[in-house]
Design a binder for this molecule. Structure first.
Ligand SMILES: Cc1ncc(COP(=O)(O)O)c(C=O)c1O
Length: 393
């Protein structure tokens, strides 16, 4: 029988996964300046250091690290995470409330696996991170977008939706959000923790960017205001050590974590032990923050340069002014189409991601996302001049 008659699962209905992939193909053109990705700069990846650490760890305990391990995670890493989380995210938890995962992408997948039936309602920020929206779609969630402003998601609207729609989950990126770069205010963080327990909604708090702050002061996590366990916190070392290591973690109430652990057993048994041990080594030996400091200096300068160039960029009506992270979100004049203009930009040798892909219901065609971690300062200057040319015509 012809393979075209294969019957795929309904969960893939309407999911093409191709929108952004098409853009990434364009980036292979030599000389292209890309503001489209979301990767850490290659200069920030500590290849030599990770090599040294992995080598030493394998000499010392290779027989353990190369063997199967517990789904619950590498115990020393869980201990290190307890103090890291207290220090950096201002909440206390026990090692039993932490599940190391294969990138925080897996934390989201496991939460969806544990909690969602097809058709369950999930509130997302509008706009939000495309990757996790895809995960929610694959679990056949019914997405309810709630708009955000410079202080993050609109909490009055959120309460209204909690009251009238009874969603099961809220997915939120409170710090240097992807794609907007915005940070949720302190008041809203407290209110969301309170609303979650009042209405019985699980908050999936996704915070991979917190350590990449260039200006302003840190805010406590939503989880730090959680008294009953409604907030599940997802963290990652992708942006501060290496995305290729695929080490993230989920912190959640033991009842939630138990289901996620069972879900992980059939997914990958456990996260690679050598990689968990490398991250543990970074935390245990206070290597993380000095390394982050060097990344912050370089990304901070790039963010400044891009913001300066945006202030004189033709055609751009508004843009966010992030205090950290990797992205700036921009709006062209109403009626302009960032997808159509991307073709012209690419002809000139510069690329970005049209913002429409970050909205659960599409639309918002005049928006686009810029990344500043990958290009050099020089490329940012040249690329932004090219964009100004394209947009002012
Ligand atoms: C908001 C957000 N969450 C999660 C991730 C994925 O992180 P990880 O590499 O830990 O799976 C990303 C990556 O771009 C992201 O932007």
């Amino acid at each position: 029988m012809n393979i075209d008659s294969i019957r795929f699962a309904d969960r893939f209905n309407g999911i093409s996964g191709s929108a952004i992939r098409e853009i990434f193909k364009l980036l292979a053109v030599p000389g292209m300046i890309s503001f489209a990705g979301g990767n850490p700069s290659p200069d920030s990846l500590p290849g030599e250091k990770v090599g040294e650490i992995a080598n030493a760890l394998l000499q010392e305990k290779g027989k353990i690290l190369l063997q199967y391990g517990a789904t619950e995670g590498y115990a020393p890493l869980k201990e290190s995470l307890v103090s890291y989380l207290k220090d950096r995210f201002s909440f206390t938890c026990t090692a039993e409330e932490i599940l190391p995962v294969t990138g925080s992408t897996q934390a989201m997948d496991l939460l969806c696996k544990a909690l969602l039936n097809p058709g369950d309602k999930v509130v997302v920020e509008s706009p939000t991170f495309l990757g996790n929206m895809q995960c929610l779609n694959l679990y056949q969630a019914h997405l309810i977008p709630v708009e955000s402003d410079d202080d993050g998601i609109n909490v009055d609207k959120l309460e209204e939706v909690f009251k009238t729609e009874h969603p099961k989950m809220l997915y939120i990126i409170p710090t240097f959000q992807n794609p907007t770069g915005r940070t949720l205010s302190l008041e809203r963080r407290k209110r969301i923790a309170h609303l979650a327990s009042e209405y019985g909604v699980v908050v999936a708090e996704d915070d991979p960017y917190r350590d990449l702050r260039y200006t302003g002061s840190e805010l406590p996590s939503i989880k730090s205001f959680d008294e009953e366990g409604w907030v599940a916190f997802m963290g990652s070392f992708s942006k501060v050590i290496s995305p290729g290591l695929r080490v993230g973690y989920l912190v959640a109430h033991p009842n939630i974590l138990r289901k996620c652990t069972i879900g992980k057993q059939s997914s990958d048994v456990h996260t690679a032990l050598v990689n968990q041990a490398v991250v543990d080594y970074y935390l245990r030996n206070d290597l993380l923050m000095p390394h982050v400091e060097t990344i912050r200096n370089s990304y901070g300068e790039k963010a400044d340069t891009m913001l300066q160039m945006l202030s004189k960029c033709g055609g751009v009506a508004r843009y966010t002014k992030p205090e950290g992270g990797l992205f700036i979100f921009c709006e062209l004049e109403e009626g302009q189409d960032a997808t159509a203009l991307l073709k012209k930009a690419v002809e000139k040798g510069v690329a970005y991601v049209p913002g429409t892909h970050f909205y659960a219901n599409g639309g918002h065609h005049n928006t686009f996302r810029l990344n500043f971690s990958m290009p050099s300062v020089e490329q940012i200057k040249i690329g932004m001049e090219k964009l100004s040319d394209v947009f002012s015509r």
